[in-house]
Design a protein. Structure first.
Length: 385
């Protein structure tokens, strides 16, 4: 069992989305789709982006079937656009995301082999026959267009990160290390430090903390975030290895850096994930004052950025640290946040049954159906709202 204060997911990723209350997110997406539907000529790139967010909302509230139905409806809609003579290069690029999103749904369902197939798109260049993503066909000409843009680089990063996250989710850390070895042999075109972080997480998952520590200490010249993340891994592994003095020293360095605003330039979600890991480490080390400072800072940033799950997470952390004795004001705030929350992953932490229905979700599904030319009605006919 990996200790709670050891990070079990990538901290170096900087493109994660802020997560507002799901019902409010659903209303915002619906408004955007309705705006596009009423245009004389809609922006199909924006529509595709909003459809991907709609699938994420459904998935986040625990309705994986609806999430997949939206992805399949998007494929049908994109196929029709291609048949109507719209810019095929753009449309083919847009078809990649729902395919990857279905892979992420498979990962949530524990269907790892199927998930890995979806993430390995970069390894499947079509030559004589098209590559079918559901009903959408990617041709060799499409692939040539990808090669001339940034699309292939993004597919490489998805191949690396999402494949490793899939192994982590089911505890297949030895398989993750084998995957890292294959990446190194193939000299895969992806961030070397992302691969290194995946290797560290894998060794920690196997209990090989000495190796994880050595790897975290190994990088040379790095960006600021890389340095901070690898120091956090060094500190966490030191604690597990009973090198608490070293762990304390490294944790104090990180806390001092944060106190001086060292994380301010980074995206909020990147900072929030780092603060959560550091707070848990400080709590484990018994540095209660510093842990409270980090949890307070994390909660305020989550509040300022509008990320509901992290607001709940940091208040739960403070409650745990204080033995469940939050101030009356914060206790009421946490209760209200949980009562307003539809994120299934957040609610499941305390075994709270997921709340699947809100009118905003049904309204969003109806608008998705309109935006895709009723394709969702076909894909979703056996799925309750």
């Amino acid at each position: 069992m990996v200790p709670r204060f050891i990070p079990r997911d990538f901290l170096l990723i900087q493109d994660r989305l802020i997560r507002p209350p799901l019902q409010e997110w659903a209303k915002w997406i619906r408004s955007g789709l309705e705006e596009e539907i009423t245009r004389e000529e809609s922006d199909f790139c924006r529509v595709a982006s909003l459809l991907n967010l709609a699938a994420l909302v459904e998935t986040s509230r625990g309705n994986l079937a609806n999430g997949r139905a939206i992805c399949e409806a998007e494929f049908s809609w994109l196929s029709r656009l291609a048949g109507q003579g719209y810019d095929r290069a753009k449309i083919s690029g847009l078809a990649l995301q729902p395919w990857i999103n279905i892979g992420r749904l498979f990962r949530l369902e524990g269907r790892i082999d199927e998930a890995l197939q979806h993430f390995a798109l970069v390894m499947k260049r079509p030559i004589d026959q098209p590559l079918f993503l559901g009903p959408y066909a990617i041709t060799s000409e499409d692939w040539d267009q990808f090669a001339a843009s940034e699309v292939l680089e993004k597919l490489w990063n998805i191949y690396v990160v999402d494949s490793l996250k899939s192994y982590f989710r089911v505890g297949q850390f030895a398989a993750a290390l084998s995957f890292v070895a294959r990446l190194r042999e193939s000299k895969v075109d992806s961030s070397a430090n992302l691969v290194l972080e995946g290797e560290i997480i894998s060794h920690a998952g196997l209990g090989a903390y000495e190796r994880a520590y050595a790897l975290a200490k190994s990088p040379g010249s790095q960006e600021v975030l890389d340095t901070l993340v690898f120091i956090l891994y060094q500190a966490s592994c030191s604690v597990v290895l009973n090198q608490r003095e070293r762990g304390n020293s490294l944790a104090r360095e990180l806390t001092s850096f944060i106190t001086l605003g060292g994380l301010d330039p980074f995206p909020p979600l990147t900072t929030l994930r780092f603060l959560k890991g550091l707070g848990a480490l400080l709590e484990e080390l018994g540095q209660q004052v510093d842990a409270a400072f980090i949890y307070d800072k994390g909660y305020q940033l989550a509040l300022d950025s509008g990320d509901q799950p992290f607001q709940i997470s940091f208040l739960r952390s403070k409650s745990r640290q204080l033995g469940g004795e939050l101030s009356l004001g914060l206790a009421k705030t946490l209760e209200a946040l949980i009562d307003d929350c539809y994120y299934d992953e957040v609610l499941s932490v305390d075994a709270i049954p997921g709340k699947l229905w809100n009118q905003a979700f049904d309204d969003l599904l109806a608008t998705v159906s309109n935006a895709t030319g009723d394709a969702l009605l076909i894909a979703n006919r056996n799925i309750p709202g």
